[in-house]
Design a protein around this ligand. Sequence first.
Ligand code: ZN
Length: 330
Amino acid sequence: MYRLETIAEDFFFIQFTNVAWPASANILLIVDPDGLNLVDAGHNGGETAIVLEKCLDGLGFGLSDIHSIYLTHGHNDHVGGVNFVKRFASPRVFIPPGSIAEATDPKAQENAVLPDFVRTIAPRLEHYDILDNFRRSCGDWVLDGDALKPLADGDEVAIGRYRFCLHHTPGHDAGLTVFHEPDRKILVTADLLRASPPGNSLPWYSSTGGGVAPYLDSLERVAGLEVEQAFPSHGALKGDFAAHVEKTRGFLISREERILQELSLGPQTCEQLDVLLYSPLALEICPWYSSITEAHLAYLIDRGQVVRRELEYCLVESAPRALQQGAADD
Ligand SMILES: [Zn+2]
């Protein structure tokens, strides 16, 4: 169910070992003379509450010792635990500015994960109640905006004796920020990298979260960092860091190649491409995977390789002449 890993005498990694959505997201725990800091907070209640309380108890602390929470981004499975902790403590809560809207406004969260436009090109999602799914999976995750403090790209943040440099890495989410500790070569990768074990639903991305091009840029940015220990928000990242970055990049590239290959055979709808790209189980658990498909299609349209005709997408070179002209004018 979970593993508590001691990284140093004041640094602990609470890793939830079931990585399939909606399993809770990992939490980092850093001790300082004033008490406890969390990096990400997991779900509100459920397994997170039980595990967090148990881990703190084992280390000789209580939930009331948590004085600061640093959020890597605003997705409901990482921020909801803040509301749980607030029942016992009054922590300062830090979050990237690009994630504040989705963490405080359900409609913004909905649009971050399942953009309105995706509902129009994937009709099975037209009336899909994603917020009901999030409430049932992650508890009441909506945060009080007045209490949030922003974390900006390039900021240096001291958490205990660790000095993290923050890197804004959009793609998965508009505000996604990774925390790098250059002296100890530690990187909190949040949801940027595909981790193990298999079954992990990452890499996940949407146009409203940044989309394909920023995601590739973000991977390039972290590839330039010196990293010996990486901590993802789901699963674990052991071994060669560069290989994990490359593996994640490979997922994006192979999805893109698959879409282009299918479109070379003829026009396809977003939903037809979904079935080719993801397993039936994945689409059942996370119907919002269509957002990934749409992010690729938007990227290919931007690059002038693909055009859309109502629900169908086709390669520019095989499109009717009028559509080709339209693509060229864009
Ligand atoms: Zn996320």
